[in-house]
Design a protein around this ligand. Sequence first.
Ligand SMILES: Cc1cc2nc3c(=O)[nH]c(=O)nc-3n(C[C@H](O)[C@H](O)[C@H](O)COP(=O)(O)OP(=O)(O)OC[C@H]3O[C@@H](n4cnc5c(N)ncnc54)[C@H](O)[C@@H]3O)c2cc1C
Length: 382
Amino acid sequence: MMDKMMDRESYETFRDGLRRLAGARIEPNAARFDSEARFPEESLHAFKELGLVSLAFPENDGGQGGDVLSQVIALEELGRVCATSSLTLMVIWAGLVPISKHGSQKLRDEVIRPAMSGDTVASICLTEPAGGSNLFGLKTKAEKQADGWVLNGQKRYITNATRSDWYTVLARTGEKTLGLFAVHKDDSGLVLGAREKKMGIKGSPTADVTFENCRIPAHRAIGDPNQGHRYITDSLTWTRALIGGQALGIAQGALDQAVKYTSEREQFGETLSRFQMVRAKIADMATKVEAGRALLYSACAAIDNGSADARALASMAKLFCSDSAMEVTTEAVQLHGGSGYLADFPVERMMRDAKITQIYEGVNEIQRLIIAKHVYDRAGAR
Ligand SMILES: Cc1cc2nc3c(=O)[nH]c(=O)nc-3n(C[C@H](O)[C@H](O)[C@H](O)COP(=O)(O)OP(=O)(O)OC[C@H]3O[C@@H](n4cnc5c(N)ncnc54)[C@H](O)[C@@H]3O)c2cc1C
């Protein structure tokens, strides 16, 4: 589908292709995924045809070796028409990429190679009932036994939970050490909770995942079972940029809808787009989208180049794009008047979907703490 690093023109060609796919195959189902709270199976088929799942994996695992910017553009274009579909792909990547990065050859052959065909769904299990923001205070335990590992504990709010084949689980391996483990849906002792009822991203199933003496073979420990803290800290830098892409896509989608509606609707004998106050709103919305895009793409470059600023830039991009998504979708509803409050227009769904981007992958208060620490550290101050 694409070369590892592309020039500017190639990224735009890549975006155009995705926009066409999203318009033809994803957008027509978006309202139904939401109203029926149904997993986006049709989107999964479309990802498979385009080989989208393999974009985030290296060539030696059978992937396309796409850089972070290309992954973000993909999530942005999906998010522009359907936040649920964008999230589904993002979480498949978030669950499987740590296995590709750190897993043994045996585990990668078992999990990653088959996943490149696009049929595998995955989850990433970090949050627990007592620990969301305080992620590393988690209680789930993995105990080493002669023939493998035994997991006990409970994970909360897990995306894709009721549809996943593989669950990548962060668990305590010692008093001060954490490890990452690959659990299969058929492993004994894996128990799925009921699907949560949510404000938005309703097509994306969210549920508890509990481990009750869940036994897995030794090779399912992903990499070094004492390096989970480092693996997940690195992974969160990347996934925060991905969520920035989803949020930016939602904001762009709402802006596009607002431009369309205000160009067609008439009041006082004029289209809404002729009123200066409406134009000022559109100008502010477009400025937020473009500012978010510039910040997000510089975060992607920092991650791809291994820059020391990557973590803070990813937090800034996630913070700015998600706050902008909430503001832009709210204004888009306002510009639709009464119609904006009805489920007949996509901006109603977009506003509900935008809210979660300020919460998951670390609430925006936590992003601000990370950014401020980086700024003070850089200044050598306290
Ligand atoms: C739909 C959905 C999907 C999700 N998907 C996944 C998933 O796939 N995998 C996964 O592991 N997790 C997932 N999550 C969990 C998500 O990442 C957490 O909900 C999030 O990190 C916040 O944790 P919490 O809910 O425990 O909130 P808390 O940590 O209890 O925080 C509540 C609020 O307190 C404030 N707060 C907390 N700490 C601080 C602080 N230090 N300083 C200032 N204010 C603070 C903030 O306002 C925050 O919003 C998902 C959640 C939802 C709702």
